[in-house]
Unconditional design. Structure first.
Length: 115
């Protein structure tokens, strides 16, 4: 069975126009993914977003002490800890929830009775 002929990717006049197109288009009609190669950008710095998070003062103090012992900024240490934990959670084979963490699932609306 032969592969269907690929469609030509349209010319886009803006990134927004391209985003809208790819949000609804089936890329397999335009790209032969069997010929794709992984791209590596070693010098590309990931973009970061500023967030605000409330931490107990004791936890922040402990984090600052640990960072000071390692001679690194505490925010950098926090990012390392978070990245390590996220990687650990993503690679876990069994999805046993951590105590205090609610399992994910469909959100319920309204009140439900618990009997």
């Amino acid at each position: 069975m032969s592969k269907p002929k690929l469609k030509r990717v349209p010319v886009f006049h803006s990134e927004d126009e391209e985003r809208k197109f790819w949000a609804t288009a089936d890329s397999t009609e335009y790209v032969d993914w069997s010929k794709a190669k992984r791209a590596v950008f070693p010098n590309l710095k990931p973009s970061s977003t500023t967030i605000s998070i409330r931490l107990p003062e004791t936890l922040l103090s402990e984090l600052r002490l640990l960072a000071n012992e390692r001679d690194v900024p505490y925010q950098s240490l926090l990012k390392v800890y978070l990245a390590d934990r996220v990687a650990q959670e993503r690679s876990a084979k069994s999805r046993v929830p951590h105590p205090g963490v609610l399992p994910t699932g469909p959100k319920r609306r309204g009140r439900t009775s618990r009997t």
